[in-house]
Design a protein around this ligand. Structure first.
Ligand code: GDP
Ligand code: MG
Length: 205
């Protein structure tokens, strides 16, 4: 499918195996939920173009770990040049919540340059009766990470668009600030050269 965009950002998804990373992405990019996402080997890519402001198209390019997170063996190249990191835990699986700080630590240690933005998501909010992490606990952790916090469900689609739209707006805001500051910006975002702005660039994606 051909599309046009003005900004492009690389967004990483991290969290324990089974928290619903692939399901969330699938819902967001394909609009569907499947009870079996399957295990892919290596890294999965997908993207979606958002229009956070009239006439400004932002392409979010998602990197989804495909199995390596099970062994905490995510390769270093995965972390390179990420603009944003989405940390996910399963609201019904307490250990995945306890592990968020480990994932965060790993990002800090391995990502060069450091990502601009974090987002914390508690997933599977549809499974209310099985919940083991409270909203307050999620919010407190998010405050520690200085990240927005939302609870999502890939089964119902609840809050997924809201979460990614928020991320997109924050990235755009940051990008505009960073661009004026120079260094930290480099390699983190692809922009269409000014000259091509009037005649939108078309890319294959
Ligand atoms: P990943 O390993 O983090 O990529 O997790 P998956 O996306 O493969 O999901 C693991 C399992 O959780 C699958 O059986 C999904 O169907 C299920 N799952 C994912 N998201 C949700 C959700 O929001 N609600 C419910 N009820 N199940 C979910
Ligand atoms: Mg997966």
């Amino acid at each position: 499918m051909a599309c046009a965009w003005d900004f492009q950002f690389r967004v990483l998804l991290l969290g324990d195996s089974g928290v619903g990373k692939t399901s969330l992405l699938r819902w967001y990019t394909d609009g569907e939920f499947s009870s079996s996402t399957g295990q892919t080997v290596g890294v999965d890519f997908c993207s979606r173009v958002e229009e956070p402001e009239d006439g400004v198209k932002v392409r979010l390019q998602f990197w989804d770990t495909a199995g390596q997170e099970r062994y905490r063996a995510v390769t270093r190249s995965y972390y390179r040049n990420a603009s944003a990191v989405i940390l996910l835990f399963d609201l019904t699986a307490r250990p995945s919540f306890d592990n968020i700080l480990n994932w965060y630590q790993e990002v800090i240690e391995r990502t060069r340059p450091e990502p601009l933005i974090y987002l914390l998501l508690g997933t599977k909010s549809d499974l209310r009766a099985q919940r083991t992490v409270t909203r307050e606990e999620g919010q407190t952790l998010a405050d520690t990470l200085k990240a927005p916090y939302l609870e999502t469900s890939a089964r119902t689609g609840s809050n997924i668009t809201a979460a990614l739209s928020l991320l997109c707006r924050e990235l755009l805001k940051m990008a505009r600030q960073e661009k004026t500051q120079g260094e930290r910006w480099k390699g983190r975002c692809t922009t269409v050269p000014e000259a091509q702005h009037t005649q939108k660039r078309t890319c294959a994606c």
